[in-house]
Design a protein around this ligand. Structure first.
Ligand SMILES: Nc1ncnc2c1ncn2[C@@H]1O[C@H](COP(=O)(O)OP(=O)(O)OP(=O)(O)O)[C@@H](O)[C@H]1O
Ligand SMILES: [Mg+2]
Length: 228
């Protein structure tokens, strides 16, 4: 069995610390995700899933505790190196995709590569491979806002893969999808898992957390991980 590729040790995240609106969104959460595994973080609304995903994905720093990605203690790294580590190893699929409607499919997909200083030619070559893989080549220059929901979903997945990240994080990816698109998404997740990606999904959708593909299920309640 492969070892952990993602680990959190006693992670606590407090928003608005010391203010009247202080919220402890995650409290003393420890988990280990094995390389190549499909892990699901489930729990009721407000239990801290998105916060946990954001901390693991280096989008926000924990108030206390440590996040270890590929053996590196990321919360201890200077911001520049933490961002670099994130860009090299982590891809995100957001709940509402967070695509830029006024930009083309191609420009949306290469967006995560812009801080990398990779030549446009190289960027486009990588993107073209993904456009083909996700059957979007004919939509390359279309504005994202003109695409169907399924096409937008594929653009979001392609963008998450553009940096060749081994670790993919998806926040409620089936929310707002009909059953056809949910089925398609599960197919993509299966392919990504077979290709060796480690995937962490937050979801309160039983089609995800009861899915036979899920190797690890962590349950959150009131900011705590209560079971795994
Ligand atoms: N940026 C923020 N500032 C202040 N409080 C926040 C922030 N983000 C989340 N919270 C609070 O932290 C708690 C956990 O929120 P979080 O979004 O992590 O929950 P969740 O499990 O993802 O919920 P949902 O299933 O509804 O998406 C909630 O009480 C929320 O109001
Ligand atoms: Mg959430």
């Amino acid at each position: 069995m492969a070892g952990p590729i993602v680990e959190t040790v006693g992670v606590t995240k407090i928003y608005n610390r010391g203010k009247p609106n202080e919220v402890t969104a995650v409290k003393d959460a420890s988990l280990k995700i094995n390389e190549g595994s499909l892990a699901v973080l489930k729990g009721p609304s407000g239990s801290g899933k998105t916060t946990m995903l954001s901390v693991i994905g280096c989008l926000t720093a924990p108030t206390r505790g440590e996040v270890v990605i590929l053996g590196k203690k990321v919360s201890k790294l200077p911001e520049k190196f933490r961002n670099q580590h994130k860009r090299n190893h982590i891809g995100f699929i957001f709940q509402h995709f967070q695509l830029i409607g006024d930009m083309s499919v191609l420009d949306n997909i290469v967006l995560p590569l812009l801080p990398e200083g990779i030549s446009p030619k190289k960027r486009n070559k990588r993107a073209d491979r993904l456009l083909e893989q996700f059957n979007l080549t004919h939509r390359r220059h279309f504005k994202v806002r003109s695409l169907s929901g399924g096409e937008q979903q594929r653009v979001a997945i392609a963008r998450a893969l553009i940096n060749n990240a081994g670790i993919l994080l998806a926040d409620e990816p089936t929310a707002h999808l009909d059953s056809k698109l949910t089925g398609d998404l599960l197919d993509y997740i299966r392919q990504l898992k077979e290709a060796g990606h480690t995937i962490l999904i937050t979801s309160h959708d039983p089609i995800i957390y009861q899915n036979p593909m899920a190797d690890q299920v962590f349950e959150m309640k009131d900011a705590h991980i209560i079971s795994s």
